[in-house]
Ligand binder design. Structure first.
Ligand code: ZN
Length: 1189
């Protein structure tokens, strides 16, 4: 016997010399080695093609098989690249042409060819070239009575059919007929061969159905067309009839399989006929009930195969159904035949029967695929909010879909919709044009226009008289009157309908008890806590909370005062009254007059970071099956609209006693419609961004009228992204008014059974291939009749920013900290876009001190250009608070830099609860190249301000735009590097000769050490063409800021560092903002005056040994999703390579003379690694043959 022990230890080193030494390669091979460039593998392949000696050929095949079995697919791909497929095909043709064919050689060749060909995408073309296709068909015809040989032939035919033209060639030569005929010649005991036949049949059919007729005809031109002209429908009918007649004489089980095959075959031929416009026949085919036949067969097998021996056949039948339902006709036929019910019922048994789980997934996917699509219950996908464009030049964005599509094609700086596509296109997207990387474009406006920005540098012109007089006269600065937005409309008043401003409350002075220190305040609880009297009061609170928060209600202030007195808590940098006052000045296109309780009341971060949600296995399957039940049991569906932005009557009607109540008409709110579906289940629809029909992601709404301790299922059914961090441990956030009144005013992560998956809805506009995704989560409310708020992420409103800036201004010592809030410009809706200047006041009014101040480098920070990225606002809040704090590092930073901060670049979007755009429906982070002064005023003036700084020689040292990232974990930076971009894109430019300051890496390196949420490994510095109009790239290229960044903060949490496995809360986000500022210190250490704390901080910055996390933890952002969120119509279609391998191996392992064995392979032997390998070819090799080799 051949000693397979030795063989299995074989390692391939790439030269035949080694091989020869180990295996004693004979003289015959040696001369070939003379070609010095040939690898050992190539020599083996060459020898295989012209081998005459059976034993050497067998041994080569043996060695090849060992080689390929031992390693991964990479080895096979290597072999393919070295001409392995061609060599095997030639060996096949040569061997098959001997008379009679030598099956001792042919079988191993076929098996090897099946394994290799399965991984060779061009195998079909190669087989045709080698004239092996019809040869295979001939071999199959000759061996229909030999199960092993037939199976081997079938697998090879199957892999050949990965090419359309091979599939058509086989079809033309009645190949499918041969396959049909093969099935009944065996009993079902030879399941492996029966399955091989079904698979071999499915392969060419799959080819045909996977393309439209037009595709095939144009793709394969004459050949395809000629072939399919031959397969007329009458022929189809004949094949069917003949096969049935033949089948009639075979045993019943075979008949069923045959029926299945025939139906399947016909169905697909008819599908193909459709493509060739012979629709009548196709309809006839479906009407003949082939799909019903398949379903019945499946149910029959399922019910009768009680010992579950033939699960593979059941899977193959599901596979057939998948194929047959690739057309809408097929799908509707399956539904009409009650297929969903059959599949649902069988799935129920499968789920609870051990060993049958493998059938569940294909059945579920089949149901998802066939369940009828259902349009969203909306009159139009367009946003409820329309904003008439200034000047009326564009009527609205509906008429210019092109601009929309272009703008949103490639999400944010990194919110890439489809990561596969990203990887594929990424290199193409990189900017490779050296000139456009290097050259600074001319400014987009004349220099004269920059004069208006002089006012935005008050620190340069301020005389600091107050330092001498000791008076606090900093309010005297003329620009400061802009703060409250009433200077506003000087930029824009262009005849548009000015939004109504609520009369509101006048600005009040903040509470005197404003906390200035950073420590967590204690919560002030109301007296008489828990007494019945208070409970009564609480009920009142619940009922009246909305009314009392309505800013135009007369007398509400007393109610608010009472509430605050009784229950109010001390939240740092928050004052409810100040918030209410700020909100009264906020203009919204929806005319909001009601405040959401959490924004008004304030939020305290929960005590510690919250762990990511654990995803239970099969939660998605459970949810999908619940969704399918809607279709099967329509009588269970309530389907009552309980909230509709467009139809207030829906929310007001009193017959909703048993339903939750919803509300979203407040700042940042987003919920368009709520439908009560089943007792404790609601479908929710989000509003599109104003003037668009897209970008449903951000949500924020109030829910009330709940029963405590009952799980409510919420489904947000109009998601657009293909995947979400909600599949990876992220939870939405919840705020309970009851909890707040009991002293816990916290947004907390909430929700169980969270998953995000493709659903059965489609947009109303019904573009053909568009589909929608469901975010589902279950909330169990703690309190009866509470009022709760649910949001995508911790909300942060525009009014909160306004109130916050006021409090910050009051918190600083004006003799030490220079803090100015000014209005950059007004937005389209008439809101002020604040610009804040923070720096240290000079120590005196001496020329030297003032000179030092006026020469401090500038740092520009911006945030929230994307309204849905509220995490960016929390990070910005952290930056602002840190810069205003009394921390010595902050003091050093103020002495070193002048900070220019625009904390909210898109106030209007934030206010109106949009996710991505401005009021006109444009992504403002795609406008930087040529911002429009009227349509994108905040971007236009930010860029103008940057030009101005440039023009006075004060180009910022650092620019950073804060964003949120919905697809990745951690916090990270995107920067710009010419060299790295050229290098990454494989550009031919010699980067060694280019000079580039590597300073852009300093900040990320520092952050990696000091900020626990930050991940250096997630950063990159590439300049993409698709991002050419983003802030980061424009500020880098046009303004010339070397350190120009986008900082992305996850909505979820971290997969590294001390927060690993935790979701980020507001505390961690704020901390990140502070840390970003701290990292700037590394840029200025040489010129600074140190105090001891700063020095120790600097030491920390420098000390790479102080790492708080390991750096070798780079992992892909996401492991593959536990459950796929897509439909997988082909989920069972292609036999995975390993399955084919094990079947091939099993075929080899059975004794050669088992053809007539009645139960030899009744059960398919499983592949057992080396055991099985050691049985390969055992009868062929004798020890002495090895010696002689
Ligand atoms: Zn963004």
């Amino acid at each position: 016997m051949f000693n397979y022990r030795r063989c299995s230890n074989f390692t391939w080193n790439g030269t035949l010399k080694d091989l020869g030494n180990r295996y004693g390669c004979g003289e015959r091979i040696r001369p070939v080695m003379a070609a010095p460039s040939s690898s050992g593998l190539e020599v083996l392949l060459t020898t295989l093609q012209d081998a005459g000696d059976m034993e050497s050929t067998l041994n080569i095949l043996n060695v090849l098989d060992e080689l390929l079995s031992a390693g991964t697919d990479r080895r096979i791909h290597y072999m393919i690249s070295k001409g392995g497929s061609e060599a095997l095909l030639i060996a096949l043709v040569n061997t098959a042409h001997t008379i009679p064919p030598n099956y001792t050689l042919l079988l191993p060749i076929l098996h090897l060819l099946a394994k290799v060909g399965h991984r060779d995408r061009r195998i079909g073309v190669k087989a045709e070239k080698a004239e092996a296709v019809l040869l295979m068909l001939g071999l199959l015809r000759q061996n229909v009575r030999d199960v092993r040989r037939a199976a081997a032939c079938l697998w090879v035919i199957q892999v050949f059919c990965t090419s359309v033209s091979t599939a058509t060639l086989l079809g033309k030569n009645r190949g499918l007929d041969v396959v049909f005929r093969l099935i009944p010649t065996h009993t079902t005991k030879h399941i492996r061969t029966v399955k091989a036949a079904i698979d071999a049949l499915a392969a060419p059919i799959a080819q045909m159905s996977s393309r439209t007729g037009a595709d095939v005809v144009s793709h394969d031109n004459d050949q395809g067309k000629a072939n399919w002209d031959v397969v007329t429908c009458s022929e189809v009918d004949m094949t069917f009839r003949n096969t049935l007649i033949r089948a009639a004489s075979y045993p019943p089980k075979s008949l069923e399989i045959l029926q299945c095959s025939v139906d399947y075959h016909l169905d697909h031929l008819c599908i193909y006929s459709t493509a060739l416009h012979i629709e009548v026949n196709c309809r006839t085919a479906v009407s003949k009930g082939y799909i019903s036949g398949l379903l019945k067969l499946f149910a029959d097998w399922h019910n009768n195969d009680t010992d579950r021996e033939h699960l593979l056949i059941q899977r193959a039948l599901l596979h057939c159904l998948h194929r047959a339902t690739n057309t809408s006709l097929g799908r509707s036929s399956l539904v009409a035949e009650g297929g969903i019910a059959i599949l649902f019922q069988t799935t129920q048994t499968c789920m609870f029967t051990r060993g049958m789980e493998s059938l569940v997934e294909p059945a579920v996917q089949l149901m998802r695929k066939c369940c009828p699509k259902c349009p969203l219950p909306l009159a139009s996908d367009m946003s409820v909010y329309r904003f008439p464009l200034p000047g009326g030049t564009l009527s609205n964005c509906e008429s210019t879909p092109g601009t929309q599509g272009e703008g949103f094609e490639d999400d944010s700086d990194s919110d890439v919709e489809n990561e596969d596509a990203e990887n594929r296109d990424y290199e193409e997207d990189l900017e490779t044009d050296l000139e456009s990387l290097r050259q600074r474009p001319e400014p987009d406006r004349p220099l004269e226009q920059l004069g208006q920005y002089v006012r935005l540098c008050p620190e340069l012109h301020h005389d600091f008289q107050e330092l001498d007089s000791g008076s606090e006269s900093e309010e005297s600065s003329d620009e400061d009157s802009l703060v409250n937005g009433d200077s506003g409309d000087r930029w824009l008043k262009t005849g548009r309908g000015s939004p109504r401003r609520e009369p509101g409350v006048s600005v009040q002075t903040p509470l005197s008890c404003t906390p200035r220190n950073g420590h967590t305040p204690s919560i002030l609880r109301g007296e008489g806590h828990g007494t019945p009297e208070e409970d009564k009061h609480r009920m009142k609170v619940k009922d009246l909370h909305r009314q009392c928060l309505s800013s135009h209600e007369e007398g509400h202030r007393s109610m608010v005062d009472r509430l605050l007195e009784k229950f109010g808590s001390c939240i740092p940098h928050h004052d409810p009254r100040l918030y209410a006052a700020a909100a009264a000045n906020t203009s919204s296109i929806a005319g909001y007059s009601i405040l959401a309780f959490p924004d008004f009341w304030g939020h305290l971060p929960p005590p510690g970071p919250e762990p990511m949600a654990i995803r239970r296995p099969n939660v998605q399957r459970k949810k999908v099956l619940e969704d399918i039940q809607r279709f099967l049991c329509p009588e269970d569906i309530i389907n009552k609209v309980v909230f509709d932005l467009e139809d207030p009557s829906a929310q007001c009607s009193s017959d909703h006693k048993d339903s939750l109540r919803f509300f979203s008409q407040f700042e940042c709110g987003n919920l368009r419609k709520a439908v009560h579906v089943r007792s404790y289940e609601y479908d929710l629809i989000l509003n599109a961004d104003a003037n668009t029909s897209q970008h449903h992601q951000w949500f924020y709404f109030e829910v009330s009228g709940m029963v405590a301790n009952v799980p409510y299922r919420f489904n947000i059914i109009n998601g657009e992204k293909t995947n979400s961090q909600f599949n990876y441990g992220m939870q939405p956030v919840l705020f309970s008014v009851r909890e707040a009144l009991e002293g816990r005013p916290c947004w907390v992560r909430t929700g169980t059974e969270i998953c995000y998956y493709r659903n059965h809805f489609q947009p109303n506009s019904c573009q053909k291939d568009s589909c929608l995704y469901t975010l589902t989560f279950t909330v169990t409310f703690q309190h009866e009749e509470d009022v709760c708020y649910l949001a995508y992420h911790y909300p942060y409103t525009y009014s909160a920013l306004q109130a916050h800036l006021q409090m910050l201004q009051q918190s600083v010592d004006p003799r030490k900290v220079f803090f100015r809030q000014q209005n950059l410009c007004n937005t389209l809706a008439g809101n002020a876009c604040p610009l804040v200047t923070i720096t240290a006041c000079p120590s005196s009014r001496t020329w030297k001190s003032l000179h030092q101040l006026r020469n401090r480098p500038c740092v520009l920070l911006t945030a929230r250009v994307h309204p849905g990225e509220s995490n960016a606002s929390w990070v910005m809040k952290g930056s602002l608070e840190f810069l205003c704090s009394s921390d010595p590092v902050a003091q050093s930073l103020r002495e070193a830099f002048i900070f220019k901060i625009i904390p909210m670049l898109n106030p209007d979007g934030v206010i109106s609860g949009t996710h991505r755009c401005s009021l006109i429906g444009e992504d403002l982070n795609r406008q930087w190249k040529k911002p429009d002064p009227v349509l994108s005023p905040t971007i236009y003036h930010t860029k103008g301000f940057l030009y101005y700084l440039n023009s006075i020689g004060r180009t910022p040292l650092v620019f950073c735009d804060y964003h949120g990232h919905s697809r990745k974990k951690n916090v990270f930076l995107y920067g710009c590097s010419m060299k790295e971009t050229l290098w990454q894109s494989g550009s031919s430019v010699d980067t060694a000769t280019l000079k580039e300051d590597p300073g852009y890496r300093t900040i990320p390196k520092t952050l990696d050490r000091i900020a626990p949420a930050f991940s250096f490994n997630s950063c990159n510095y590439l300049v993409e063409k698709s991002r050419a109009s983003t802030a980061r790239v424009v500020v880098w290229r046009e303004i010339g800021v070397l350190r120009s960044y986008t900082m992305e903060s996850t909505y979820n949490g971290c997969d590294q560092g001390i927060y690993q496995g935790m979701q980020l809360g507001t505390r961690e986000l704020e901390d990140m903002g502070g840390k970003f500022c701290q990292s700037l210190l590394t840029l200025r250490k040489s010129t600074m005056l140190y105090d001891s704390k700063v020095i120790s901080h600097m030491a920390l910055l420098d000390d790479s040994l102080m790492d708080h996390k390991s750096h070798n933890c780079f992992v892909d952002d996401e492991p593959p999703c536990v459950e796929e969120i897509e439909y997988h119509s082909h989920v069972t279609s292609d036999l995975p390579g390993n399955d084919l391998d094990s079947e091939v191996n099993a075929n080899m392992s059975s004794p050669e003379n088992d053809n007539m064995d009645k139960d030899g392979d009744k059960q398919m032997p499983r592949c057992h690694g080396n055991d099985l390998k050691s049985r390969l070819y055992p009868h062929l090799c004798r020890p002495d043959s090895l010696e002689s080799l």
